[in-house]
Design a protein around this ligand. Sequence first.
Ligand code: AMP
Length: 120
Amino acid sequence: MSYDKNNIFAKILRGEIPCNKVYENEYVMSFYDHNPQKKIHVLVIPKGEYIDLDNFIDKASNIEIVEFNKGISQTIKILKISNQEGGYRILSNTGKYGGQEVPHLHYHIFGGERVGKMVV
Ligand code: AMP
């Protein structure tokens, strides 16, 4: 499966579609999900063209992998939802069984209220 350069997150990264940004650096961007499932619902994406976590770990440089994780942590700090501040849940839907709609690696961060049952 090759990367689809016209997926919605690629368009956000190119600035063709607006987003409500939380954090951005050279390697990573986070922004509010436009259809929030919880009080706080933010997406974190790497800037490189990766479909999912496996593709990312196979192809990304070490700095991209480190910076992606730091970007998640930075986003949590900005949102003020750390463990001490109530906590959060992170998930990444992958492929057909995982329910992935957008074929660009993304982590969902949910918080601001009790997230609820882990899997429905
Ligand atoms: P997934 O099912 O894991 O691929 O999730 C894709 C997520 O992207 C969904 O929660 C959508 O609501 C969200 N989404 C799709 N388009 C946009 C957009 N233009 N801005 C913000 N979030 C989006």
